[in-house]
Design a protein around this ligand. Sequence first.
Ligand SMILES: O=C(O)CCC(=O)C(=O)O
Ligand SMILES: [Fe+2]
Length: 215
Amino acid sequence: MTADLFDDVEQPWVEPLEDGAQVLRRFASARAPALLDAIIRVTEQAPLRQMKTPGGHTMSAAMACCGTWGWVTDRKGYRYQQTDPLTDKRWPGMPEILRALAREAAEQAGYPDFEPDACLINRYLPGAKMALHQDKDETDFSQPIVSVSLGSPIVFQFGGDRRSDRPRKVPLEHGDVVVWGGPSRLRYHGVLTLKPFDHPLTGACRYNLTFRRAG
Ligand SMILES: O=C(O)CCC(=O)C(=O)O
Ligand SMILES: [Fe+2]
């Protein structure tokens, strides 16, 4: 047995989810260390923070953004804006390695013209979750959502067009990428509570990168 057998990353494979939606298993695994480096660099400029919902609840996931547009929430509502409310500066640019990954994943899933201008970075620690919601603050629903999982595994929920539709449970692991668009673009989705885990690259934490065309 040679040493590089231990370094081998799994070959990616595709799992259809719904019409217009796919899970690209391990699509991001090989470049995960570089993606995590890029996340660290972005969050040095735009710190991760737990934002408040319009209803006054503090979100359990900590968030930061890069790209032209960043998604924010506060007592005034949900919206995209070009500046970080913490620093009043423009969001850090989207690192090329992130943009390239999002474009390649979208193309693989059948969306060859994806031009993301927003990347939301979600950091979950054990106990954090995200309730079922639609991504609908964007202007152009012809562009898909590309959602990348890094670090600790979690259960993703992929529901219907109504909140009351029972969601499918999709376990996601490090390197998995979910793409949804076309007829699935406005599906309700979320993640269940993150369980304690010790990932070799991120420890207890899970990062999610959500790429969108916002503007
Ligand atoms: O963490 C995830 O996998 C989902 C994140 C999400 O849906 C969002 O940020 O809108
Ligand atoms: Fe979402």
